[in-house]
Ligand binder design. Structure first.
Ligand code: DGJ
Length: 722
């Protein structure tokens, strides 16, 4: 890892693991991109400027013969002859929208500066490039962080008003990356409730390919992730450049194919319904964008994200620690429970290795269905006699830990909180609010609302012995408006809301460092790196049907490590799809994440208990691979009848392969499977075959899995170095 500046050529060379990032300050003082990709030497490479387009184009203001539209920008801006997407748009006090951000100075900082009020990666070495519009005093500090152990570069921008007048930011993206090609396939993760993060691919074209969220949440619809793949890219070959925003509110990511054959990749906070008044001397920090580079296919890009997040984002106190294996009562009881019912669910799994009982929605306020109670974080003693203590003591007496569900950002109309403070709910005066699941959202842009939430939840957490929290979020903002903001500041709402979310996370998660927090959002609708900073794992989807989960987990693994995906074994017929799959299949698929159980176990017999015990033992045996191993995707359920994940320990001494076949045939043709990621020169014992084979044989000659007849079957292989 190194960051160097060559004074003679005015070129910055940033080097991370297997990657180089090079740009220079050109003749007009503009930060001009030269290269991002596989490691190269510190050569003078301004010949790569690749001028394109020979038509009549505007010159750089006042400089005949120089053209912004010809340069590959580190930051693009409007009104000075470059018609590509601007990274930043401003309105100056005159009402003009011009800015010309030119080089002033740089700093190299060994300690990565945190972003005030927002999560970001830690570690690495950081370059800060100071740019300035000399006319208005508007400035931009571009941050670049590289790592010696991950092929990623973290980028963000801090915009600064160094003038004496107010400047309005109409767009404030986090980064721009110029790429001298445009024949990419654009991979994004789309979805909805129950089918989060499905793979979507579309060829790039001239013009803008764009994904966004306008929901004040990262959302299930489009994840804040985009990858540009060379047209021939596979899991192991070809180029893949992926970008993921460390952000949980409305975002945008764009790839613009320009007429000269280049691509400009950029994005950050969605500028739809956004503007921000920047008073004299004020700054605006944008969220971080993590950009991964791979010249060895999509798999290597994913592993780059996984390593970066496990090392530099997720809480180090939990990331590699043994995970709780929960029994969650939600699908077992929904709202219909009392102490006896909960006790019987917990008691039934005693001795199986399941170590945490999680009490889901319905324990508080007057909540017997989803129409009331949110906001009232006081136990419902009519339902739970003796308060939480009774069930907590019981669970602890079984030697298990206790977990509790909250939905901190919400309120029901039918709640004491709403009756006392109707103004705490987001809404516009004299207009009816939209309901979603009968609930409203609390206005987290307001300090007093955040204080209420923090106090109420921390009280429950302090007064009870709670080891685990599931933090849910079941709707998105509709009326983007706050009584706490002036009329001219209302377009700050979506960003201020999420700053409020991060603030309450800091004050609740931070105040309870012994508690393991799991994120959740109506399934997996807020699965993003910023949430992973607070919550080491996130409920992946309410759809726990094994078949559907193969796609959801495959898509999620594009960016997010297996350790972050909370995956439960639930009852059949599955509540969401009514499909019946074997419990072995359900467990094998759930073991490819932070595993747990979610069903009514109270009628478990000895056989089910033994089966569960064996499953838990199996998960514990492979847990380290799931938490810290390298993931290789072997079969793609979006493209075939099969799904396959292989996890390999970093030292390549152990690996597990899980294969799944969707539908059987009466006369199944031979299916060869090619494991990946082993050491070619090592020998591995495969207990399922009672055979020792060379890594090279296993990976090149392949294996022939024998699936049981029937649909939705799994086969597993273990590889142990001999
Ligand atoms: C949505 C979550 O995804 C479920 O797991 C469950 O916690 C419900 N909310 C409870 O309301």
């Amino acid at each position: 890892m190194s960051i160097k500046f060559n004074q003679n050529t005015q070129t910055f060379y940033l080097e991370g693991k297997n990657i180089s990032y090079v740009f220079r300050i050109n003749e007009v003082g503009f930060a001009e991109h030269l290269y991002f990709g596989k490691t190269i030497g510190e050569d003078e490479i301004s010949y790569l400027r690749c001028f394109g387009g020979r038509s009549c184009v505007p010159t750089v203001p006042g400089k005949d013969g120089f053209f912004y539209s010809h340069y590959a920008p580190e930051i693009s801006f409007f009104g000075t002859g470059d018609y590509r997407e601007p990274t930043v748009c401003v309105t100056n006090d005159l009402g003009d929208r011009l800015c010309e951000l030119l080089y002033e100075s740089y700093e190299i900082v060994p300690e990565k500066p945190a972003i005030k009020g927002m999560p970001s990666l830690k570690g690495g070495e950081t370059l800060v490039l100071h740019l300035l519009d000399k006319i208005t005093g508007f400035g931009a500090d571009l941050y670049y962080t590289v790592y010696d152990d991950c092929p990623v570069i973290a980028r963000r921008i801090v915009y600064k008003n160094n003038s004496k007048k107010t400047i309005r930011l109409d767009r404030a993206y986090s980064f721009a990356l110029s790429i001298p090609k445009s024949d990419f396939v654009c991979l994004t993760l789309e979805g909805a409730w129950g089918c989060e993060r499905h793979i979507q691919k579309a060829p790039m074209h001239k013009g803008v390919v764009s994904i966004d969220s306008k929901r004040t949440s990262s959302s299930a619809v489009l994840n804040p992730f985009m990858a540009l793949l060379s047209p021939d890219a596979t899991e192991e070959s070809g180029e893949a450049i992926g970008v993921n925003l460390v952000y949980s509110s409305s975002f945008v990511l764009k790839a613009e194919g320009s007429p000269d054959g280049k691509t400009l990749l950029l994005g950050g906070i969605n500028d739809f319904d956004f503007s921000w008044e920047l008073g004299a001397g004020e700054e605006f920090a944008t969220p971080e964008a993590v950009i991964a580079y791979s010249d060895n296919g999509i798999g290597q890009m994913s592993r780059a994200f996984h390593d970066a997040y496990r090392k530099y984002l997720i809480n180090p106190n939990f990331v590699n620690k043994e995970r709780p294996i929960v029994i969650n009562n939600w699908e077992g009881t929904y709202f219909d429970f009392d102490n006896d019912k909960l006790k019987s669910i917990a008691k039934a799994v005693e001795g199986t290795g399941i170590d945490t009982f999680v009490l889901d929605d319905g324990w508080f306020g007057k909540r017997n269905d989803d129409s009331s109670g949110l906001g009232d974080w006081v136990v419902n003693t009519r339902k739970l006699e003796g308060g939480l203590k009774t069930i907590i003591d019981y669970v602890h007496s079984l030697g298990m830990k206790f977990g509790l569900w909250f939905e901190p950002e919400m309120v029901n109309e039918d709640s004491d909180l709403f009756r006392a403070h109707p103004d705490y709910a987001i809404g516009v005066p004299n207009r009816a609010r939209c309901y979603t699941r009968h609930q409203y959202m609390l206005d987290l842009t307001r300090q007093e609302v955040r204080d209420y939430i923090v106090e109420a939840i921390n009280k429950v957490l302090k007064e009870n012995e709670i080891d685990y929290v599931k933090w849910d979020y079941n709707r998105n903002v509709t009326e983007s408006f706050s009584l706490g903001l002036s009329a001219s500041s209302q377009k700050e709402f979506a960003h201020r809301y999420v700053l409020g979310v991060y603030d309450i996370c800091e004050r609740i998660v931070g105040a309870n460092p012994h508690i393991f927090f799991e994120g959740c959002s109506s399934g997996g609708a807020r699965f993003d790196p910023a949430m992973l900073y607070y919550f080491p794992q996130i409920w992946t989807s309410d759809d726990s049907d094994a078949e559907e989960r193969t796609k959801i987990q495959y898509g999620t693994s594009m960016v997010y490590p297996l350790s972050t995906m909370s995956c439960h074994v639930s009852i059949v017929p599955n509540h969401q799809t009514h499909r019946v799959t074997d419990v072995k299949t359900r467990a094998d698929i759930a073991h490819l994440g932070a595993t747990g159980y979610e069903l009514d176990t109270s009628d478990f017999g000895d056989e089910q208990r033994l089966e569960t015990k064996a499953q838990v033992e199996e998960f514990r045996a492979m847990q380290n691979l799931v938490l810290s191993g390298d993931l290789y995707r072997i079969e793609n359920p979006f493209e075939s009848n099969f799904f396959g994940f292989m996890v390999v320990s970093k030292d390549k001494t152990r690996a597990d392969l899980t294969l799944y076949r969707r539908l059987t045939g009466a006369n199944n043709r031979i299916k060869l499977v090619f494991p990946k990621g082993l050491d070619e020169t090592k020998k591995y014992y495969i207990p399922e075959m009672d055979k020792t084979l060379c890594g090279s044989t296993i990976m090149n000659a392949g294996l022939v899995p024998e699936f049981e007849l029937g649909d939705f079957k799994t086969v597993k292989y273990h590889f142990i170095e001999k």
